[in-house]
Write a protein that binds this ligand. Structure first.
Ligand code: HEC
Ligand code: HEC
Ligand code: HEC
Ligand code: HEC
Ligand code: HEC
Ligand code: HEC
Length: 440
């Protein structure tokens, strides 16, 4: 039952918390000169801006940043470098030039930080202490989230419970009856088994029996209906979202997830670079992966992933120093598949409609270790959103013009005026329900 286990969970939680606190105290004591506020600010900035390429204490795409400030002392302007390394290289500073050559001429992206913010980051990396390993086994995890059950499932469960209670009452009655017969010296009534019990009860309680029977029939019909409608639909309310196994276990949570949770927070369009300007969002080529994975050949969190990263090397012919081998493009399995007769454009929705990727693809950066089809991709799904969503008017010349013309329409033109009554124009009102817009 949940009560004692929840109690023991919160108790171990408390134990872990106090252990962590003691540990925290000893760590802070060891770093007496560390400024906590500055450290926290630096950590946040580092995770948000630098962690995709740097680690404080290990080389990655860029060098370990611990001690960088000291390394630059008297040799160059580290602030100017961080703000715009290409511009700084152009000044001809020799330390910067050597560094750039040492790192395979892979440029560091310009960072829009102030001097004070750079100081915070450098303070953080210089005082960085790796997180202590969890004490006493597993760290307390969040309580599992219960699957939402539908009302129907609950009705069925209640119905079954009711049946069990009624049957056992029936059984008790049967036994009591037999006890009385025994006292009176008569033969006991024959045992009729489970179904016999049900029949006997149903015969005696016709009203209840028909109510339960009706509920069961309705339940079965609803299940069959659901099933029939979800044939070939893999997202939305369908029981199982389509989630094919991929040739490389690429993980969206690690790469695109929030920096606060220790993920890399790479922008979606860094990899899906055509989403803003063309029909297809596109899947990145292995060269894009190599921007980082030339240097990152293992993952801190999953030891098995070295094998997965090696597959990127196989695809690009990387031997650890140069591209010498043959190239074999990675055969990603397509997750989303609209039928050929439907026209869908990412640019229209992402750049013009200003719709976030997650609105259609779900929390891919938060919980999808494996990419899956989140939305049903049915015609009803497209149309429903076109009916609900207002087009973004602000700063969009094309629609400003339409808006102006609609406003000038005489009151008599009901068809057009009604669009303006609520001062909102939905996609549908601009033709988002016309068959030809979506069908070739
Ligand atoms: C896209 C990858 C990338 C990002 C993001 C990045 N760097 Fe770099 N950084 C590099 C690379 C690569 C080098 C090595 C020099 C080169 O090749 O340009 C470097 C070098 C440096 C150096 C010189 C280190 C030394 O040993 O002298 C400093 C300091 C530095 N980066 C700070 C930062 C800071 C601070 C941030 C975040 C605000 C940041 N970098 C974000 C890639 C990156
Ligand atoms: C580091 C590169 C990278 C980043 C960043 C990235 N993706 Fe991906 N994405 C991939 C790769 C590689 C695949 C193909 C493998 C797979 O399906 O997991 C993919 C697949 C997908 C798919 C499934 C495509 C299909 O086959 O139908 C969707 C949807 C998607 N990404 C959306 C996003 C969104 C939204 C973001 C930002 C939150 C994002 N991606 C960030 C590399 C990336
Ligand atoms: C309005 C809904 C919607 C939005 C917003 C959206 N997508 Fe898609 N996405 C789709 C649909 C529908 C498909 C299937 C297209 C097909 O099969 O032709 C798809 C397919 C994809 C694919 C598979 C490859 C391809 O181009 O067909 C990737 C990758 C992807 N989306 C990434 C993204 C990213 C990244 C963003 C945000 C920048 C985004 N999507 C925004 C609906 C959307
Ligand atoms: C901006 C840098 C960057 C890019 C681009 C990038 N990765 Fe990564 N990737 C990383 C880092 C950093 C890690 C290690 C994360 C860690 O230590 O937890 C990683 C980890 C991985 C892992 C191991 C994941 C795990 O479960 O532990 C795989 C596999 C991987 N990347 C594949 C890819 C593929 C495929 C691409 C190209 C589509 C790609 N990466 C693009 C930075 C990048
Ligand atoms: C999350 C909401 C949403 C979903 C889901 C969605 N759309 Fe859209 N769609 C929009 C918005 C918003 C616009 C208007 C963009 C603009 O012009 O400002 C739009 C515009 C369009 C247009 C251009 C219409 C015109 O008048 O030129 C087409 C075509 C289209 N969508 C097709 C589709 C298809 C096909 C699907 C389903 C596979 C779909 N959309 C799903 C929100 C959505
Ligand atoms: C906003 C986009 C959109 C509009 C507008 C639209 N459709 Fe569709 N339609 C779709 C999509 C997406 C599918 C694919 C559904 C699927 O594969 O489940 C589809 C599928 C269909 C199919 C095939 C049914 C099937 O199960 O594959 C027919 C027929 C159809 N549409 C007719 C129409 C007609 C007629 C209109 C105009 C009244 C229309 N559509 C307007 C998006 C649209």
């Amino acid at each position: 039952m949940p009560v004692p286990s929840r109690f023991s969970k919160s108790f171990t939680g408390l134990l872990h918390a106090s252990l962590a606190f003691v540990l925290f105290l000893s760590v802070t004591a060891a770093h007496a000169q560390k400024d906590e506020a500055l450290y926290a600010q630096g950590e946040k900035l580092f995770k948000g801006n630098c962690a995709a390429c740097h680690k404080p204490d290990k080389d990655m795409t860029g060098p370990a940043l611990k001690g960088a400030k000291a390394r630059w002392e008297g040799k160059g302007d580290i602030y100017a470098w961080v703000k715009n390394s290409s511009a700084y290289l152009a000044t001809g500073n020799s330390y910067a030039k050597d560094l750039f050559a040492k790192w395979n001429n892979s440029p560091m992206t310009a960072q829009a930080l102030t001097d004070a913010e750079i100081d915070a980051v450098l303070h953080y990396v210089d005082n960085y202490a790796p997180p202590a390993p969890p004490q006493g086994g597993k760290a307390p995890t969040e309580a599992p989230v219960e699957e939402p059950s539908t009302a129907w499932q609950w009705l069925l469960v209640l119905g079954l419970l009711f049946l069990v209670v009624v049957l056992s009452l029936g059984g008790v009655k049967h036994q009591l009856g037999n006890a009385v017969r025994e006292v009176e010296g008569k033969e006991p009534l024959p045992e009729t088994g489970f179904w016999g019990g049900i029949k006997r009860w149903a015969w005696a309680n016709k009203g209840w029996a028909s109510v339960i029977g009706l509920l069961l029939v309705v339940f079965l019909i609803v299940q069959a209906w659901d099933w029939a409608f979800n044939i070939g639909v893999y997202g939305g309310d369908a029981v199982e979202h389509y989630k094919p196994e991929q040739p490389i276990k690429f993980n969206h949570t690690i790469h695109a997830g929030k920096a606060e949770k220790g993920n890399l927070q790479i922008n979606c369009v860094y990899c899906h670079s055509s989403a803003e300007k063309s029909k297809h969002a596109g899947i990145p080529s292995a060269n894009v992966c190599m921007n980082c994975h030339q240097a990152v050949n293992e993952s801190q969190r999953n030891p098995w992933s070295t094998e997965e990263i090696k597959k990127i090397y196989a695809a690009t012919g990387w031997d650890g120093k140069a591209y010498t081998g043959p190239q074999q493009p990675i055969q990603w399995v397509k997750v989303h598949n609209l039928p050929d007769h439907v026209a869908f454009s990412h640019a229209t929705h992402v750049s013009v409609g200003k719709i976030e990727c997650q609105k259609c693809h779900g929390p891919i950066d938060e919980q999808m270790d494996v990419a899956e089809q989140w939305s049903p991709l049915t015609m009803g799904w497209c149309i429903q959103c076109h009916n609900e969503t207002e087009v973004q008017m602000a700063g969009n010349g094309y629609y400003d013009e339409i808006h102006r013309r609609l406003k000038e329409t005489p009151m008599g033109n009901k068809e057009l005026r009604k669009y303006l009554e609520d001062e909102k124009i939905t996609v549908k009102e601009l033709g988002g329900w016309e068959c030809a817009k979506c069908h070739y």
